[in-house]
Design a protein around this ligand. Structure first.
Ligand code: GLN
Length: 256
């Protein structure tokens, strides 16, 4: 009796599985892009909105469209992005991530898609600090795991305060907890002009270093890196990249 019952159940389950297969749509390819969304205008949340917006977000969507994949954005701390990529929790990083030789040991970078650099931001009324050369022995706020943090650590006798987000680093300057912030130039410039930062802060000195942003994928995943490279090249050719660039940066042509 028991045997017959088991047999009947097995047949039912098998039929169910077969029926399920028949109805299944071909699975859509999904690309999970990791980001850290306190980096306007590259990735951020507009006030009152949960959606991630910005240059990188538009670029990621456009890349997904070219590749034929649905794009999902996964938000996390900047210092968690490369570990998440290596653990397979995300497929790519779109986070204004600068291509550096150290990072290139652990990830595969796409072709550069944006030329950037670092800037020093101080309080508007600060007359002592005129550039990175004046930061010796000073208190500097940075975002953890960034090239800004790496640059700050090279300055002798400086006290570095590391924050999880750029928002907190800027706030610390506003509150007088630090003398300066080191962060990416386009982000600082956007913060001053669009984010209300010019009320209390300014950029001093020359651009500290030239850096290129790249999309990172898991080390060894040359196939995905090549697909992304081709997508970026196509977006540059068909004018889509220029459109996205114009949307976030206006007409100034500093993109490479
Ligand atoms: N470009 C910098 C870096 O790669 C900062 C990136 C960021 O804060 N999102 O470290």
């Amino acid at each position: 009796m028991k045997k017959i019952f088991v047999m009947i159940m097995t047949i039912f389950i098998a039929m169910g599985l077969l029926a399920g297969c028949g109805n299944k749509k071909p699975t859509e390819r999904v690309l999970r892009f990791g980001t850290e969304p306190t980096f306007a205008p590259f990735e951020f949340q507009k006030e009152g909105s949960k959606e991630y917006t910005g240059f990188d977000m538009d670029l990621a969507q456009a890349i997904g469209k070219k590749i034929g994949a649905k794009v999902e954005i996964v938000s996390m701390g900047f210092d968690g992005l490369i570990p998440a990529l290596n653990a397979g929790n995300i497929d790519a990083i779109a986070a204004g991530m600068s291509i550096t030789p150290e990072r290139a040991k652990n990830v595969e970078f796409s072709v550069p898609y944006y030329q950037s650099g670092l800037a020093v931001m101080v309080k508007k009324n600060n007359k002592m600090i005129k550039g990175i050369g004046d930061l010796k022995g000073k208190k500097i706020a940075v975002q953890i795991g960034t090239t800004g943090a790496m640059e700050a650590h090279k300055i002798s006798q400086a006290e570095i305060v590391e924050f999880n987000t750029n928002t907190e680093a800027a706030l610390e300057l506003k509150n007088g907890g630090v003398d300066a912030v080191i962060n990416d130039l386009p982000v600082v410039a956007y913060f001053l002009h669009q984010g209300g930062g010019s009320a209390y802060a300014k950029i001093v000195g020359k651009t500290v270093s030239a850096e290129d942003y790249g999309i990172a994928v898991k080390k060894g995943n040359k196939k995905l890196a090549e697909e992304i490279n081709k997508a970026v090249a196509d977006l540059k050719k068909d004018g889509e990249y220029a459109k996205i660039y114009k949307k976030w940066f206006g007409d100034i042509d500093i993109a490479k």
